[in-house]
Design a protein. Structure first.
Length: 467
């Protein structure tokens, strides 16, 4: 029983050790091993086999990782070391070594193909499209890539040869070139556009031929019309020159009449001003006569007052004499004085009557003078009114004459400008005639240039046949 229990414990411990090692291996840790395998009795052989399996698996993974890591970086010098590998581990090592060698060969072929492609592209860039990639010794992807590149270069060379043929024909003026069908993709579009371009050039050349012929005919008609226009322009210029001379003479006459009308207007204005000043003077004289008449009337009133005073003084002196006579001897002296006062009053009354008579006569003369002055003022007013009308009429005449002179000046200026314009037109007509002649020569030259293009290809066919 003791022996049986020890074997059972050893087997249980062995299974626990294997379970722990397998668990760590499942987690990627292959460094664990079963130690002291002799302690496990009959289970030692199995544990040694487990340790051997872990050693082979760890070595296989390390070798695979080292070899494949370098191969992935393009370094194929390190093989998978097969020493110690057995069974499937050895066969896996052999497969990895064969794959590494195949990858190395593919890499070498890629390097050679890269050099060949660089050489081919350099030649194509230099204009040599005759080179091709060699196909010997290639297979699989490298063979397909080389064949594809050769087809691209060949198609490009074919397209460029066709374009060169068409362009060479165009350089010789041959517009009858045709684009051959059979191109696909972008090459097809390029050749289609090239054919369309040639067709457009062919149409343009045809229209240019027609247009150049029409242009040459039109240039001849323009030249004939220019000569006719030059003749009419010269005749018009001579007529305008005569008209300008006659208009200049008429302008001088009207200008002189305008000056005379202006001077008459100034004289009428002077006369009107003098008449106005005379009217003012007459009005002032009438006012002065009225004032003199008023003064005379006041003087008549004063003289009447003096006469009345003299009359009252005479009555008082008479009464004084009567009273002095009554007084007797005592009033004699007073009677003498009263007699003298009465005599003075009588003389004053006589003088006042004389003054009154003279003033009345003067008033009548003043009234007559006032009437004459007023009639003179009325006459001057009529003269002033007539002068105003004459001045207005003369001013209108002067203004009209000035406007006529200005209008004639403007007409003269317009005629001069028209004459200058006619002269310039004559010069332009001459230049137009010269330009028309040049245009005719250019049209003929254009016709010769357009004749260079052969839309039907007959001339180039004859040249090719002759060659």
């Amino acid at each position: 029983m003791l022996i049986f229990g020890r074997k059972a414990r050893q087997q249980r411990d062995a299974m626990a050790a294997v379970a722990e090692i397998c668990g760590r291996a499942a987690r990627g840790d292959l460094s664990a091993r079963v130690l002291h395998v002799g302690d496990y009795g009959e289970n030692a052989a199995a544990l040694i086999a487990v340790n051997r399996l872990l050693d082979l698996t760890d070595a296989y993974l390390r070798e695979s990782s080292a070899s494949l890591t370098l191969a992935a970086e393009g370094q194929y010098y390190r093989p998978f070391i097969e020493t110690g590998m057995v069974g499937n581990f050895r066969r896996g090592a052999e497969v990895i070594n064969r794959a590494r060698e195949s990858m190395r060969q593919r890499a070498d072929e890629g390097v050679r193909l890269e050099a060949e492609i660089v050489d081919l592209v350099s030649a194509a860039a230099a204009g040599d499209l005759g080179k091709r990639l060699p196909l010997e010794g290639k297979q699989g992807f490298m063979l397909g890539l080389s064949q594809g590149i050769n087809e691209v270069v060949g198609a490009t060379a074919t397209v460029l040869q066709s374009l060169s043929r068409i362009m060479a024909g165009l350089a010789r003026g041959n517009l009858a070139q045709r684009v051959e069908p059979g191109y696909a993709g972008e090459f097809g579009l390029l050749m289609q556009h090239t054919g369309a371009t040639v067709q457009v050039l062919r149409d343009v050349a045809g229209r240019l031929t027609q247009s150049s012929a029409a242009l040459e005919a039109a240039a001849g008609e323009l030249a004939e019309g220019g000569r006719d226009l030059a003749s009419r322009t010269e005749s018009q210029a001579a007529t305008l020159e005569q008209t300008a001379a006659a208009l200049a003479l008429l302008t001088d006459t009207v200008r002189q009449n305008a000056g005379n009308a202006q001077r008459v207007s100034e004289l009428s204005l002077t006369a009107r001003n003098a008449a106005q000043r005379g009217g003012e003077i007459v009005r002032e004289a009438v006012l002065a006569m009225d004032q003199i008449e008023a003064g005379s009337q006041r003087i008549v009133g004063i003289v009447s007052l003096i006469d009345e005073i003299a009359f009252q003084t005479n009555l008082l002196a008479l009464n004084a004499s009567v009273e002095a006579a009554r007084a007797g001897e005592a009033g004699k002296g007073f009677a003498v004085v009263a007699q003298e006062v009465r005599a003075l009053a009588q003389r004053a009354a006589s003088a006042s009557r004389d003054i009154k008579g003279l003033i009345s006569q003067t008033n009548q003369q003043i009234k007559a003078g006032v009437q004459h002055v007023r009639r003179s003022g009325d006459t001057l007013a009529e003269i002033n009114t007539a002068s105003d009308r004459v001045a207005v009429i003369v001013t209108e005449i002067a203004r009209a004459s000035g406007e006529q002179a200005q209008g004639l000046e403007e007409v003269n200026t317009a005629i001069a400008a028209l004459d200058q314009l006619t002269q310039r037109n004559s010069a332009l007509v001459e230049e137009n005639s010269a330009a028309t002649a040049t245009l005719s020569d250019q049209a003929a030259q254009l016709t010769r240039l357009v004749a260079f293009f052969d839309a039907a290809g007959r001339q180039n066919a004859q040249q090719d046949a002759a060659a």
